[in-house]
Design a protein. Structure first.
Length: 454
């Protein structure tokens, strides 16, 4: 919107500027909440990238000439609500500071930064709609409780704290001491993140919006650097996910010997299971990252992965075959399917895999990834193999992503708790929101790490 950008510097009030932009952007269309600042950046011809900034919320890099485009960098190390706020903040810099590069340090602000913050707040929480929500939840004294502000913040896709402060200072509808430091204490004591979990709230919709507007950046083709990262970092993490005590340094020599000598290796014994598994992981990812990338996909590709996983064991024929008995999985919140039904259940999964894979270019990227996540969960419940189901199904997630031209992912040990909890929620409630959010976050982090060499 060139006309709006040309007049942006004339606004002396951030609220007025945000209101004017919303009117120009949506026109006569009804505004749908939460508003997408990522889509707005794209519509304004601004590319955005997510990167590992240590001391910055974001950065704005202007176009150098008419053939160039402006770029916004957003910190990967901040919550999704803050990333959305940063996107809106940098949009303000695009309108008002397009002639210079702007870095936005965490906790350091000048007048320009305060203005961009106010613009972002007003853009994501327009005053008219905010008053409507306050009126919807207010008590007989005209105040809104923290519990209800949590719902209002979720409606707008903003952080609890930013919503509390906007209601407290702009609408004066928060009861009690709202002096800045005291309000901060009250917010911390309330523990909004824990409250959100207790209420079953999820940021899945916000991550879906980010993923869909970041689809171009998430495109992926196997390369040497990605193979290096997965053969070292991923394999190490996934082995530890299964409780195997593995050291990268200690494993290197043993795994190399196993790969070179297979069952003739001196280390090919059951006592070295941790290293046998790591070597098998390596073989799986040789296949996943093989070029050219296969253009077909079916659920039975998982059998090749399981075979690879056990290729270096003393009895490699164990891998790649379905289980022949019923099992009770220790600690699981689900009952694995009867072994007689494994192939009939896999056939149902395979049908869905083929439908989504063939239609992948016609649906939202987030919808395809959600399908991959559901497939991952469904196969864990089918539990087709005697051993290695978790490692195999996580690898098969990446088969589905790589063949669709999307960034593969790996779950770090420190992410295991949330991942397992999200799987259990899918098991017990058939609710995938937490699992979607978990995997979306992991995928963004994996993308950022794989982009470090670009």
């Amino acid at each position: 919107m060139v006309s709006f950008k040309s007049n942006a510097k004339n606004y002396r009030d951030a609220e007025s500027m945000a209101a004017a932009y919303l009117a120009a952007y949506f026109g006569n269309s009804e505004i749908e909440y939460p508003i997408s600042p990522f889509e707005m950046l794209k519509d304004e011809g601004v590319d955005f990238v997510i990167r590992n900034f240590n001391k910055l919320e974001g950065v704005y890099i202007p176009a150098q000439n008419q053939d160039d485009i402006a770029i916004v960098g957003i910190s990967a190390n901040r919550p999704i609500t803050r990333q959305r706020f940063t996107a809106a903040h940098e949009l303000c810099h695009h309108f008002r500071d397009a002639d210079k590069q702007v870095a936005c340090p965490i906790g350091q602000k000048n007048a320009s930064e305060y203005f961009a913050d106010a613009f972002a707040s007003a853009l994501l929480m327009p005053m008219g709609e905010l008053k409507v929500k306050v009126n919807e939840y207010k008590d007989y004294n005209g105040n809104v409780s923290f519990d209800d502000i949590l719902k209002i913040a979720d409606y707008f896709g903003v952080s609890f704290e930013s919503c509390v402060r906007r209601i407290a200072y702009k609408i004066h509808a928060v009861e009690g001491d709202i002096e800045s430091k005291e309000l901060t204490k009250r917010i911390r004591k309330y523990k909004p993140d824990i409250k959100r979990k207790e209420l079953g709230m999820s940021y899945e919709n916000l991550y879906s919006d980010l993923i869909d507007n970041y689809a171009e950046q998430l495109k992926f083709a196997p390369n040497k650097y990605a193979k290096y990262v997965f053969e070292n970092t991923y394999i190490y993490n996934d082995s530890r996910m299964e409780g195997l005590d593995v050291s990268i340094e200690e494993a290197s020599e043993i795994v190399t010997d196993l790969r070179n000598n297979m069952q003739n290796s001196q280390y090919c014994t059951e006592k070295n299971e941790a290293y046998l598994s790591v070597a098998g992981h390596y073989l799986m990812y040789q296949d996943i990252f093989a070029l050219p990338v296969k253009e077909s996909l079916n659920v039975y590709d998982s059998f090749k992965l399981n075979k690879d996983l056990f290729a270096y064991y003393p009895h490699p024929e164990f891998g790649g075959n379905p289980r022949q008995n019923n099992v009770v999985i220790s600690g699981a919140k689900f009952e694995a399917v009867d072994y007689h039904d494994i192939f009939s259940e896999l056939a149902k999964v395979d049908n869905d895999i083929k439908i989504f894979f063939e239609d992948k270019d016609n649906i939202k990227v987030s919808d395809y990834i959600k399908h991959v996540i559901r497939t991952h969960h469904r196969i864990t419940v089918i539990h087709p193999f005697p051993e290695g189901n978790g490692r195999t199904t996580r690898a098969f997630m990446n088969v589905q992503l790589v063949r669709a031209g999307l960034t593969p992912l790996y779950i770090k040990v420190e992410e295991k708790k949330n991942y397992i909890a999200a799987l259990e929620k899918a098991d017990t409630e058939n609710n995938y929101d937490d699992l979607y959010e978990c995997i979306f976050r992991v995928m963004i982090r994996s993308h950022v790490e794989l982009s470090m060499n670009s």
